[in-house]
Design a protein. Structure first.
Length: 729
């Protein structure tokens, strides 16, 4: 992100008021591989200091990080990361979607220069050797990063052995299991999967490689069969022969759950003879079915030996108990020369204990959708009128813990707890959150017990709209445009069209075009500017929101910048350019007070925080429309008099009264209805000022079933009729 984009108050303005800023941005979603490749350096470290300062009238914070590990690139032992926003004197600059840091926080950072790459996508918090938000261990996530950096577009579903720990020596084993485990199956544990190769094979094992694993009677430990690494598939050879060169065969079982388990293991008998240090037999585990970690044997390891693979202490992955999805793989790899007899397996047992889980478990969330409203700008604390949910389940604990709602990446916000019992939590949804699902397919709610134990599953809550806590005080705002991109001639019309999308939502709010702007940079100057800037902003477009520190619920200015250096703009549906109207419609949502949302259930919404070239999204969803109406109210006409049970006398004059909200045009039409049918046009055109004097015609038929209807001349969809009948006599 280019730091020049963060706008704060100028000194001249400070003589009049004290204000703060909030910046919202539409970003391009980055995969782990993309953000890894685009980053100059990737590090883990600890935040040891934060210092805010003013630079060219803007506020930034230098975050000092003590580097613990360089995952990519080289850095000094201590680095300074610059982020927009901070506090200098009485000025507070709050920047939405830019990562926030706390002193003594352990972090993993993707950096481009001295900036965090990908905004919030480039910062992860580390706690208890876990990456917060994706439930991976630090070592596993680092290995994923290294693999993402090394991979260059894998085209098939072959298994990636992400890490190997090979024992050197023809008869030397380095045990990695807990001595508390005995070799062979443990009668105290529950069997998940047993394989003796005596019956049908592969028997729910997934095989890959040519040749690959199969059942054979050439050598066995018990019964009459065992598994061998090189007799199945094309290129297979009879058991007892030498395995081929360049093998990569695997047999995989899973996924299975270790939720609630405190002990889990894989026991098996193995006979293996391979070319020492070059060919190897691997037994490994995975939590995603793709990247496997564990141990291996190379060389002569005969005769039959019993092995135990302790799933509480997997190389790189750590303790797998509590994981909802686990895979086990037996893999054989050979190089281009030198063969031996290979690996035979028998009596495989995958087991876990029967211990009842004490982790929280979510059963139901009611309601399962609603708005997420912040108390005020710069805060994610739930507003009083944010959605209140009831979460039921088990093992929440008697003491109050946390109900965390996901926003983006590893960032979650705490709900405001109303009540807490072991099986029922009532809470108000925090502001600024996203719907389910996260990129890993999990839900967006997790319960944390008071002792820090996380729930063994996630709950799903669909956010209809996310409100940042502030709105314009009136029912309209005037904006100006500098159509200064050289990419297209249609940007002016496209932005105006985007404004009209919101204007036509039915809400009591209107964007008013105020003419052309000559601004080429933005600042707090009383003008709501929309411009293109010729520098890399680090995002597609950015909206800066200003508010007074004495009123955190009132917006006083918005400015919008489109990134014109690294992106190309168009309004004709080009697949290789950003669509002006689509991006402008989203950013104008920030003008109104909406926050970004990043869940898969948010993809169709205008306020989805990701954008890309060729994406056309110019219409509001029902949730978008509901949001603006809830914040600003709806356009409406309301008949106030006569509204039921009045008695009007023919020949007399009476004043018809109505109220009007929103820009419904300068004039209205008034009609008289009898028994629900129009019987007279009182006036075909009168100013929409709320009153009209009418002389009741002396020849009007008497009756007690009359009503008055008032209709907007500009938009006939807006009209209202008396609630009840009145009488003419």
């Amino acid at each position: 992100m280019n730091i020049n984009r963060i706008i704060v108050c100028t000194l001249a303005v400070l003589t009049l008021l004290i204000s703060v800023t909030n910046v919202s941005a539409l970003v391009i979603e980055k995969s782990l591989k993309q953000i890894t490749i685009e980053s100059d350096t990737i590090i883990t470290g600890k935040v040891v200091n934060k210092e805010s300062y003013r630079e060219n009238g803007k506020i930034f914070t230098d975050v000092t990080v003590l580097v613990e590990e360089n995952i990519k690139g080289k850095t000094e032992n201590k680095i300074i990361v610059q982020v927009p926003g901070g506090v200098v004197g009485d000025i507070y600059a709050q920047v939405s979607d830019v990562p926030l840091f706390e002193n003594n926080e352990d972090v993993l950072l993707f950096l481009k220069g001295n900036k965090v790459a990908g905004w919030n996508q480039g910062k992860y918090t580390i706690s208890n050797d876990k990456i917060i938000g994706n439930d991976k261990s630090v070592t596993e996530f680092i290995d994923n990063i290294k693999q993402a950096s090394a991979e260059n577009g894998k085209k098939d579903a072959e298994i990636s052995v992400a890490s190997e720990k090979i024992d050197a020596g023809s008869a030397i084993r380095l045990p990695v299991y807990d001595p508390g485990f005995s070799s062979g199956p443990n009668d105290a544990l529950t069997n998940i999967k047993s394989e003796g190769f005596e019956g049908t094979f592969p028997n729910s094992w997934k095989l890959s490689g040519k040749p690959t694993w199969c059942s054979t009677n050439f050598r066995f430990f018990s019964g009459k069969q065992s598994g061998w690494n090189a007799c199945g598939g094309s290129g297979g050879v009879p058991a007892g022969g030498l395995y081929p060169n360049n093998m990569n065969s695997s047999m995989i079982y899973g996924p299975f759950s270790l939720v609630g388990a405190t002990n889990a293991s894989v026991t098996f008998n193995v006979w293996t003879d391979t070319e020492l240090n070059f060919d190897k037999f691997l037994y490994m585990a995975s939590t995603d079915g793709t990247s496997f970690y564990g141990n291996g044997i190379s060389g002569n390891y005969t005769p039959w030996k019993s092995e135990t693979f302790d799933l509480r202490n997997v190389y790189m992955l750590g303790d797998l108990h509590g994981q909802p999805n686990v895979w086990i793989a037996f893999i054989f790899k050979s190089d281009g020369s030198g063969q031996d007899y290979g690996t035979f397996l028998d009596d495989i047992h995958i087991q876990k204990d029967l211990t009842t889980s004490t982790a929280p478990h979510i059963t139901n969330i009611t309601p399962d959708s609603g708005s997420a409203k912040a108390l005020e700008l710069g805060s994610n604390i739930a507003a009083e009128n944010s959605t209140q949910v009831t979460i039921t389940g088990s093992n929440f604990g008697s003491l109050e813990g946390k109900a965390k709602f996901w926003r983006i990446g590893g960032i979650s916000y705490n709900a405001t707890i109303v009540s807490w019992t072991d099986s029922r939590i009532v809470a108000k949804v925090p502001g600024g959150i996203s719907s389910y699902f996260k990129p890993d397919g999990t839900g967006n709610i997790q319960i944390i017990k008071d002792d820090g134990t996380p729930s063994d599953n996630y709950g799903n809550f669909r956010v209809t709209y996310s409100y940042n806590g502030a709105r314009w005080p009136g029912s309209n705002v005037t904006y100006k445009i500098n159509p200064n991109t050289p990419d297209t001639d249609g940007e002016l019309a496209a932005v105006k069209a985007a404004a009209n999308v919101w204007n036509n939502s039915g809400a009591n709010f209107e964007f008013k075009y105020g003419g052309l702007s000559n601004k080429t940079s933005v600042s707090q100057d009383g003008e709501n500017s929309i411009i293109w800037v010729n520098y890399d902003t680090g995002s597609i477009a950015t909206t800066t929101t200003y508010w007074n520190m004495t009123d955190y619920n009132r917006i006083i200015e918005n400015d919008l910048e489109f990134n014109d250096l690294t992106l190309n703009w168009d309004n004709a549906g080009s697949l290789t350019m950003m669509d002006v109207q689509t991006i402008a419609t989203h950013e104008l949502g920030h003008f109104l007070g909406f926050a970004d949302m990043y869940g898969t259930a948010d993809n169709a919404k205008i306020m989805n925080g990701y954008g890309s070239e060729g994406t056309i999204k110019r219409n509001l969803t029902k949730d978008d429309i509901s949001g603006i109406k809830r914040i600003y109210g709806s356009k409406s006409i309301k008949v106030k008099y006569p509204n039921g049970q009045e008695i009007w006398v023919r020949g007399n004059t009476y004043t018809i009264n109505w109220s009007s909200k929103g820009n419904l045009g300068p004039d209205v039409k008034i009609q008289l209805l009898k028994n629900k049918s129009v019987v007279e046009v009182v006036t075909s055109n009168t100013p929409n000022d709320g009153s009209y004097d009418w002389i009741v015609p002396s020849n009007r038929t008497a009756g007690n079933d009359y009503k008055i209807r008032v209709t907007s001349k500009s938009n006939s969809a807006y009209r209202d009729t008396s609630n009840k009948n009145f009488t003419i006599e």
